[in-house]
Design a protein around this ligand. Structure first.
Ligand SMILES: [Cu+2]
Length: 285
């Protein structure tokens, strides 16, 4: 059975449509703030930084695809047109000024075109705007502690709530915690992070935040969540045997809900400044 060029074209179009439907279905089933099953792309962004990261990623993906297809096309042309059988007497040309200038200049322009948005993104990430509140995040073996110095000066520990057996647990496996970090929506949150024992890394994919928590050093990052919801992250620096069991949960709420939570948290964590787990960990240091 022979297919005409038109038929081949229609088959390819059909495949492309099916591929796009698969990608669209993947994003439709993705839940905000957590990895989706069969996820094959970045998590949906919930901060301006993450939206910029996603834009930059897609921009590079398009660019890299065009370059790869162009190089592939050149290779195919060379293989087909200039093999020993098709072209028995090769040309002895060695220089072509126009082509040499073009293949030097075009890559330079492409790299400049990548560098401009790349540096813009880097400055957006590193230049912390005037913060509305600061949360100090301490990585410990193997859980996180959150301190709110501007909102009542309380501190609490955040431990894994669902173990891998997932008994009595509706939240995502290995991602939920007993005490979540809570922040208000549309506010600049400055994250200051350090490690109490070894190097950990505070990372929340939907916020575009990943910053090492290093003992004896205070690292700084920021995010401004523009969507309410529950956002999941994980320690992202191999920190010991329970590295996989110290998830991060950030609950983004309205201003009123945040004020209510702060009132409750002040009382709750004042009465119980450190959990037994924390006391044991600190005693061991
Ligand atoms: Cu860790």
């Amino acid at each position: 059975m022979k297919m005409s060029i038109g038929q081949v074209g229609r088959h390819l179009l059909g495949l492309a449509v099916a591929g796009m439907a698969f990608v669209a279905a993947g994003s439709a089933s993705a839940e905000l703030g957590q990895p989706a099953p069969w996820e094959h792309k970045l998590q949906e962004g919930a901060t301006p930084v993450m939206e910029n990261i996603i834009w930059f990623h897609n921009f590079l993906l398009v660019l890299i695809t065009i370059i790869t297809l162009f190089v592939l096309a050149l290779l195919i042309i060379v293989v087909v047109k200039f093999n020993a059988r098709a072209n028995p007497v090769p040309s002895r040309t060695t220089h072509n000024t126009l082509i040499e200038v073009a293949w030097t200049l075009i890559p330079v322009l492409i790299l400049v075109g990548i560098a401009v948005p790349s540096f813009r993104l880097l400055f957006l990430e590193l230049d912390v705007p005037k913060p509305d509140l600061t949360v100090k995040v301490t990585g410990k073996q193997w859980y996180w502690s959150y301190a709110y110095p501007d909102n009542g000066k309380f501190e609490f520990d955040s431990l894994l709530a669902c173990d891998e057996t997932r008994t009595k647990c509706t939240a995502p496996r290995l991602l939920s915690v007993d005490n979540e970090m809570v922040v208000p929506v549309n506010k600049v949150v400055r994250i200051q992070t350090t490690g109490a024992d070894v190097i950990h890394s505070f990372a929340v994919p939907a916020f575009g935040v990943k910053i090492d928590s290093i003992p004896g050093r205070l690292n700084e990052s920021w995010f401004k969540a523009t969507k309410t919801g529950t956002f999941y992250g994980q320690c992202s620096e191999l920190c010991g045997k329970d590295h996989a069991y110290m998830p991060i949960v950030v609950h983004v709420v309205s201003d009123q809900e945040f004020a209510t939570w702060v009132d409750g948290a002040k009382k709750k964590y004042a009465a119980n400044p450190a959990s037994t787990y924390a006391s044991a960990g600190e005693a061991a240091q």
